[in-house]
Design a protein around this ligand. Structure first.
Ligand code: EPU
Length: 302
């Protein structure tokens, strides 16, 4: 979608918003898949309520894209624009055991920054790509830990009320790869309450997790991490592997030959091919195990 209204451009500029025209979302996602559209960079998140009101007045459909590491976006010219809060470096402030982190901050960078300040807890998340905001929304977890356990409070934009709110961590449900946030809530900033731990000890834990990850996951290929959530008590990766589907391809989309729940873009895959591969694997697991796998990856169709 291309914006062309000069009145809208003027008002966006007044709000400190930068408009980028014709952005290729292949370059904004870890899967390297996605069509083209305009993008708004919202540099001051305090301006968000005004920006959202403006977009509603001008009937501009939009979606928020964070780190782009857990999303599969449709091909071609997209019928909505992309909103983005630019990445903060490091975007973390420490006060005692509390780390205040911008939602746009990098997850791995945050874990490292906290570790250097002798704050641990999130060590297992070090190799998980993406932003803090995305990690919060889906309660990212790995190696027995999940980010939700450390949330003291979150500042977010509540689309339903069109305002910025602060919510206590205790009032949010953090389940396995699922949270009680509304789909249109936008994460802005979080206070994490982290346990004290000497940097050296955290580093040792991080090294172990990194080695495990390197040994079992295709880290140097284009992917969105695991495609499916694990079913209760089971492992999607193990089932897909047992069905002999590692290496199975549809066009440029392939089931990783390293970890069967990672689907990789090996040759300029389209979204359509990746979706065909997802549907095929889901059907094979359903036929053999009677289990309906649920997507972990978020799919944005036109
Ligand atoms: N397995 C296979 N073949 C495979 C993959 C796995 O037999 O191709 C077996 C493993 O040998 C193991 C079991 O399945 O016995 C579980 O595998 P793994 O330890 O790799 O964990 P997972 O359940 O597949 C989860 C998360 C990962 C996270 C790892 C490590 C989900 C969907 N995935 O994977 O998170 O990194 O544990 O904690 O919960 C992600 O969410 O995107 C993600 C990568």
């Amino acid at each position: 979608m291309r914006l062309s209204d000069n009145v809208l451009f003027g008002r966006l500029k007044d709000l400190g918003v930068e408009v980028r025209s014709g952005v290729d979302l292949k370059e904004k996602t870890s899967l390297g898949i996605g069509g083209t559209t305009d993008q708004l960079l919202i540099r001051r998140y305090e301006a968000l309520p005004d920006v959202m009101r403006l977009l509603a007045e001008h009937n501009v459909p939009h979606r928020f894209l964070g780190g782009g590491t857990n999303v599969l976006i449709d091909d071609g010219e997209l019928p909505w624009i992309i909103l983005h809060l630019p990445t903060a470096h490091p975007g973390v402030q420490i006060d005692g055991n509390i780390a205040t982190v911008d939602a746009s901050a990098d997850l791995g960078g945050t874990v490292t920054f906290c570790a250097k300040n002798d704050l641990g807890g999130m060590d297992g998340l070090i190799g998980v790509p993406g932003s803090i905001g995305g990690a919060l929304r889906m309660n990212a977890g790995a190696y027995g830990m999940q980010i939700g356990s450390y949330v003291r409070e979150i500042e977010l934009y509540r689309a339903a009320k069109q305002e910025i709110e602060i919510i206590r961590g205790a009032d949010i449900r953090f389940d396995y790869r699922h949270t009680s946030f509304a789909p249109d809530d936008v994460m802005l900033r979080v206070k994490l309450d982290l346990p004290s731990k000497p940097f050296k000890e955290i580093l040792a834990g991080i090294k172990v997790c990194n080695e495990k990850r390197r040994a079992s996951q295709p880290l140097n290929q284009k992917s969105a991490g695991c495609i499916f959530k694990n079913p209760p008590g089971g492992s999607a990766g193990r089932m897909i592997d047992e069905l002999g589907l590692k290496g199975h391809r549809v066009g440029g989309a392939m089931v990783s030959d390293r970890h069967a729940n990672f689907f990789v873009n090996v040759a300029d895959s389209s979204c359509a091919d990746m979706l065909k591969l997802i549907d095929y694997v889901r059907a094979r697991v359903r036929d053999s195990y009677g289990i309906e796998l649920e997507n972990e990856v978020i799919v944005w169709r036109n």
